[in-house]
Design a protein around this ligand. Structure first.
Ligand code: ZN
Length: 433
């Protein structure tokens, strides 16, 4: 997520509290399902006139852990902000008990799933698309003639709370090798911005397939204008109503070229950029959202930032809730190689906290600003050659998997020989490292 815009106002009160590292633990009864793998086959009805999304999602889950599993945790944002009605859960075709816990759906299996065994879990729900944006309701909304659906496919995860101190993405999901989605709308002429490839159009039904994605978010509008171009062998698709496609394109290509130079090849063959209703810029696998409320300078900054998330978050995943440094500090560093670095406005704080550790006043300043400055100082210390060799090694080791703050810093140290991380990351690096 790109947070630069609203934060200026928040710095009027430079609160400097840093509450310490809060462990992101599973609640009792909400198992950690991050270690399992799944593919997803999903159909949904986008009821434009009713502002509803009616979903039937089947996950084919394989137990890739060493232990038998008796329950599964799925992350589902509409469970928290979409006033959802559950329409039944089945496991291998038989009804299974399920419960909602914050933005988590916990499905109890009728019989334990042994290591290497597979089960099909079908979750049916309908949710209301919001018409207001506070409390991040814009993640699941229909506003300004644009529908947005974020983390709407129930996806294997750990148990996280939707609410963070104000900012921060608490979404942590494993890459699925394949996701099939069929979207049907009661509104003709719907245009969808989504990951992967559209495979068919049949009346008001469109089907899509995506490979190696850790989420499948979409926005939709009958008013979208679509512009496409190929840049350095990658297809860029722009979906806009009010915003400037040329502004999207100029910044996307600038960031793309810069980051490819730093990191090596772009992870995907395509990237979409979609205008959405007021909220924040938000990354997805293979593309991102830019809200129509952004002014041109904010659009430019956000596009530079979100393109960086295609490498880090999208390809190299991380525990966004527990380790925002690996996600946002790194992407903000990339962004500010073009947009410029700036000094912090909050007191110096540790960089190893979770999204729940920081105050709303200082989360952005510590993680994004102090975090990007930390990486920039480290780069100056070790030199560009070793620093970017470390970033490339980190990307190549963890693409389509999970990295993290410790893995990132360890990869940098392996190339540069320079550590000294204890001072700002004491929970990850014991004294002396
Ligand atoms: Zn971000």
């Amino acid at each position: 997520m790109s947070l630069r815009i609203r934060l200026v106002a928040l710095f009027v009160l430079p609160t400097v509290l840093m509450l310490g590292v809060v462990p992101v633990a599973s609640a009792a009864g909400a198992p950690d399902s991050l270690g399992l793998s799944a593919t997803y086959d999903v159909s949904a009805n986008l009821q434009w006139a009713n502002h509803r999304l009616v979903v039937v999602s089947t996950a084919t889950v394989t137990n890739t852990t060493a232990s038998a599993v008796t329950a599964l945790t799925f992350n589902l944002v509409p469970a928290k902000i979409g006033q959802i009605a559950m329409n039944g859960v089945t496991v291998n075709g038989s009804a299974a008990p399920a419960s909602l816990d914050d933005m988590n759906v916990i499905v109890n299996l009728n019989s334990a799933l042994a290591p290497n065994a597979a089960a099909t879990v079908t979750i049916r729900y309908s949710g209301r698309l919001n018409s207001t944006n506070p409390n991040r309701k814009w993640l699941f909304a229909e506003r300004h003639d644009i529908a947005t659906a974020y983390r709407w496919i129930p996806w294997l995860s750990n148990r996280y709370a939707f609410k963070t101190p104000l900012f921060g993405d608490a979404f942590t999901t494993q890459v699925a090798s394949r996701v099939d989605v069929s979207l049907t709308s009661d509104r003709a002429g719907m245009v969808y911005a989504a990951p992967g490839t559209r495979t068919s159009v049949n009346g008001n039904t469109q089907t899509f397939v995506a490979y190696n994605v850790r989420d499948w978010n979409f926005s939709a509008s009958p008013d979208y204008q679509v512009g496409s171009e190929t840049h350095a062998g990658v297809q860029f698709d722009y979906y806009t109503i009010e915003l400037s496609q040329s502004l999207f394109a100029a910044n996307a290509k600038k960031a793309f070229d810069k980051y490819v130079g730093f990191l090596g090849a772009f992870p995907y063959s395509r990237m979409f950029i979609a205008e959405t209703s007021p909220g924040f810029a938000m990354e997805s696998p293979q593309g991102f959202w830019i809200p129509d409320s952004y002014k041109p300078a904010d659009v430019s900054f956000a596009v530079l930032h979100e393109v960086g998330h295609m490498w880090f978050y999208s390809s190299v995943g991380s525990n966004q809730a527990a380790e925002p440094f690996a996600d946002e500090a790194l992407v903000e560093y990339l962004t500010r190689t073009m947009a410029g670095f700036r000094g912090p406005r909050c007191a110096t704080a540790n960089l190893d906290g979770s999204v729940y550790s920081y105050t709303s006043d200082c989360y952005y300043d510590v993680i994004y600003i102090q975090g990007s400055n930390y990486l920039n100082s480290y780069r100056k210390n070790v030199g560009d050659t070793k620093f970017y060799a470390g970033l490339r090694a980190y990307y190549n080791q963890y693409k389509n998997g999970f990295g993290g703050t410790k893995q990132l810093l360890t990869a940098l140290q392996a190339q540069s020989g320079v550590g000294g991380f204890h001072a700002r990351f004491p929970s990850l690096f014991p004294i002396g490292q």
